[in-house]
Design a protein around this ligand. Structure first.
Ligand code: ADP
Length: 464
């Protein structure tokens, strides 16, 4: 019998337990696709305070944190296809939000240490630990320092965010000065540097972003380290869960051969959000309200063009300044603009299915899932051509199979020009082509999962 490759997938987020953005979507869907492709996979995430589900107790043990010890309880959910372990510590994780605390570095140091220690206590020994983003990035460093034969893959979902921790929290590991100084020592140990330098292979979530982060403009000061690891660095475009995000499960179901029902979803969305019934496209944005996402150029564009010839819906959470500004604007344009400040996955689906145009004018975008969800629902994307957006959105004016509209320079005018092209194309024969091409665009996880498996196998000298 062929031995199955064993992978432990480690993340700070995973739908349906905890999600603030795309990381939670990927951590739910990619392990499922890996499982379907024959990988023996387990997942591990922190057990946050707002998760009200009943999980099975597995084991507990203490973790050294500087001069003190913190208790760690391991729980497990076996109800999903991919069994998930939870790292439970009330002090670190029983809080209102997932992140944004002064001690995030300490919290995720605890998480990384607990994941490694958990392996001494559970009946699952992985060949590979697949780490995701900075929260997990000390794991490759710890594996190297304990001379483990477990290999690590480190996926960068966003290079902008990192954490750090004083050396005293890591001093029980026997690490060479050379290894430590590359990771930031004698100042704090930097998570992102640790992941980049100590993992056996690095991936990021699109080829476009991979190329970008090797340059100073997008490299967040880490471009030189990434260049050092260039031969072990791969861009793999994210997929989406095409079962979960499917127009056939919309309130009024539709598909590529029956697009008329999309209009009925549009009418329902207007009713729900108090928008007028008029023959104009609905332009939508579902996003973290963060500088990265181009919220400033969205705001300035809408002010400049005064919502002429379209309606605008935005669903987002984040920066209070953006919330206040958008909320003021929505009150200036009653019946034309709706701004909802909540994290609401079901409303997001109603917007993807009811809107006509989906905007993502991001400053940078590692992978981007929003444009893929929009395309799945026949909603035409208008994006800035960067990272994963560049890899997925072919402009109406070029290519064999255009799906939307894109612009290059990060300016209000360039964005307005692309948005106007989209609004002008609405209700023309081109529109249906764009909708259908977007819906037909291959976005399942099957191919990306096979690329990850190739990397796993290359690290384990695995022959099947
Ligand atoms: P990022 O991971 O940088 O936030 P992505 O486009 O990769 O951006 O993924 C964002 C994901 O989060 C998408 O699934 C999007 O639909 C979802 N999302 C973002 N904000 C909200 C919100 N306020 N309510 C519901 N879903 C949201």
């Amino acid at each position: 019998m062929v031995k199955k490759l064993k992978v432990l997938f480690v993340s700070a987020e995973c739908e349906p337990y905890a999600r603030t953005g795309g990381l939670g979507d990927v951590s739910a869907a990619l392990p499922k696709a890996l499982y379907d492709a024959g990988i023996m996979i387990r997942r591990v995430i922190p057990l946050y305070g707002n998760v009200n589900m009943d999980f099975k107790y597995c084991t507990d043990f203490p973790i050294k944190m500087g001069p003190n010890y913190q208790g760690c309880i391991i729980k497990r959910d076996t109800a999903q296809k991919v069994p998930t372990y939870f790292i439970n510590n009330e002090y670190y994780f029983n809080r209102d939000k997932l992140y944004g605390y002064y001690d995030d570095g300490e919290r995720f140091t605890f998480f990384c240490k607990a994941v490694i220690k958990m392996l001494d206590h559970i009946p699952f020994r992985p060949d590979i630990i697949h780490c995701n983003d900075w929260h997990t990035a000390l794991i490759p460093l710890i594996l190297k320092s304990i001379n483990s034969d477990i290999k690590s893959v480190f996926t960068i979902h966003n290079l902008k965010y990192t954490g750090s921790i004083p050396m005293q929290y890591m001093e029980e590991y026997n690490m060479s000065l050379e290894r430590l100084s590359q990771c930031g020592y004698p100042d704090n140990i930097d998570f992102m540097k640790s992941g980049i330098l100590n993992s056996d292979h690095i991936t990021t979530v699109s080829n476009g972003y991979k190329e970008e982060v090797l340059t100073p403009r997008y490299g967040e000061g880490l471009d030189n380290l990434l260049i050092q690891r260039k031969n072990s660095f791969t861009g793999i475009l994210n997929g989406i869960d095409t079962q979960n995000y499917n127009p056939q499960s919309a309130k009024i179901p539709y598909d590529i051969d029956n697009l008329n029902a999309k209009d009925e979803n549009k009418a329902l969305l207007r009713e729900e959000l108090g928008l007028e019934d008029e023959d104009v496209p609905i332009v939508a944005s579902i996003t973290r309200l963060d500088d990265q996402k181009g919220i400033d150029i969205i705001i300035n564009a809408i002010r400049k063009i005064d919502i002429q010839g379209f309606q605008f819906v935005i669903l987002g959470t984040g920066d209070q300044y953006y919330e206040n500004t958008l909320s003021e604007m929505a009150s200036m344009y009653p019946g034309k603009m709706a701004a909802i400040f909540a994290f609401d996955a079901e409303l997001a689906k109603r917007i993807y299915s009811g809107a006509d145009i989906f905007i993502m004018p991001s400053k940078f975008e590692p992978g981007g899932l929003g444009q893929l969800y929009a395309m799945a629902y026949g909603t035409v994307p208008v994006v800035r051509s960067t990272g994963g957006l560049k890899d997925t959105v072919a402009d109406a004016e070029d290519g064999d199979s255009p799906v939307g509209f894109s612009f290059k320079s990060y300016t209000v005018n360039s964005f307005i020009e692309a948005l106007k092209r989209a609004i002008d194309a609405y209700n023309t024969p081109l529109w249906e082509t764009l909708m259908k091409n977007g819906m037909a665009f291959e976005k399942s996880w099957e191919f990306p999962a096979s690329q990850y498996i190739k990397i796993y196998k290359s690290l384990c000298d695995y022959h099947s």
